[in-house]
Design a protein around this ligand. Sequence first.
Ligand SMILES: NC(=O)c1ccc[n+]([C@@H]2O[C@H](COP(=O)([O-])OP(=O)(O)OC[C@H]3O[C@@H](n4cnc5c(N)ncnc54)[C@H](OP(=O)(O)O)[C@@H]3O)[C@@H](O)[C@H]2O)c1
Length: 401
Amino acid sequence: MGPERLRTAPTIGRVARRLVILGSTGSIGVQALDVVARSAEDELDVVGLSAGSDWQGLVEQARTHGVRRVALADPDAAAQAAEAWTEGEVLAGHEGLVRLITEAECDLVLNGIVGSAGLVPTVATLGEGIDLALANKESLVVGGELVTALAEATGAAIIPVDSEHSALHQLLAAEQPGTVERLILTASGGPFRGRRAEDLEEVTVEQALAHPTWTMGGKITIDSATLMNKGLELIEAHHLFGTSYAQIDVVVHPQSIVHSLVQLCDGATLAHLGYPDMRVPISYGLHYPERVDVPVRPLDLAELGALTFEPADTETFACLRLAREAGVAGGTAPCTLNAANEVAVHAFLGGRLRFLQIAEVIEETLTRLPGQQVHSFDSLAQADAQARRLAGELVESLTRA
Ligand SMILES: NC(=O)c1ccc[n+]([C@@H]2O[C@H](COP(=O)([O-])OP(=O)(O)OC[C@H]3O[C@@H](n4cnc5c(N)ncnc54)[C@H](OP(=O)(O)O)[C@@H]3O)[C@@H](O)[C@H]2O)c1
């Protein structure tokens, strides 16, 4: 269903929008189900759920929300789910995930999968002309040009769920082409804001997971600590809004109240504000172009007193610099960056890599694998596999050292 149909959706006597939630057992997925549960009956009807391997969590969600079809990427987990749950159908593997989307006759897919594993479902969704509420930023980092071209070809809308991009989507909605000078993404700065590289030598996984303002899945929380998350978001914004990298800035804003800003040609700067709560952008993505009540506190600026801003330290947090460079280089470079980051973050979470070595592994992988032009999704899959192999070897050599 293309954007036109969404825009003209009737508000009275309407049929609920059929929704598939991918990654429903994760942080985004659980909050999305909360948003759905609070919606009116004729608004959203969840017809499919998916997870990686957490079959027990998935089956429980299916029971609670009356969903009859689920998919698990891990075939063993799918087999266990099928044995334990006989009230519906369990699909398995990547093929199962794609079938969940393409056979659901759905109006909207929310992609809350973590990592580049989200790319195939993104492509399956947009390829069918189904609108996509996109939390999985890695889809756009890895396959930005091909993904946006696919959406354009089929008329499917991509509605960003990342809070900064949701903010920009809302701010840009009323602007005429040619009036926007600059997009400004805000970053909380993560738990290590203000520290220098020498202070970060020995930081632990637990310290890196202690995000000051957002509660999220493990991978994105580490990405927030390294500022790679903001780097991935920079690339995501470039593809979503067709804005050059030179026109996208990052500013550190520790309170996470301003979610992004847009500078216009007449000197005006528009900002989107609110307390940090992912249910707000999730609700926007699921209900767009309508808005519904979300149980969050209204913003009280007097109570907050002060909002502060500072430049991002790309010397200490090299991942942000590496992401910008990879974005500007284009081709397979962002795919390589993302794959190396996923491998390095996984190793850090597993206690096999030190915090500062995450950036080292990514930089070395990018240096050794010069970017190629992207011709097809297959060439991206090859670049992803090659980068994962090399990054894995680099992790091993650093672990042994
Ligand atoms: N969390 C946030 O507040 C937030 C904010 C903005 C953007 N995002 C973006 O949203 C995405 C999800 O983040 P999250 O924090 O919700 O992650 P998360 O809590 O780790 O959840 C990830 C979900 O993806 C599933 N999954 C993992 N590997 C998979 C695979 N190979 N194939 C299919 N499904 C797989 C997981 O299933 P299992 O439970 O079985 O592992 C889980 O349902 C990321 O791209 C992130 O950058 C998140």
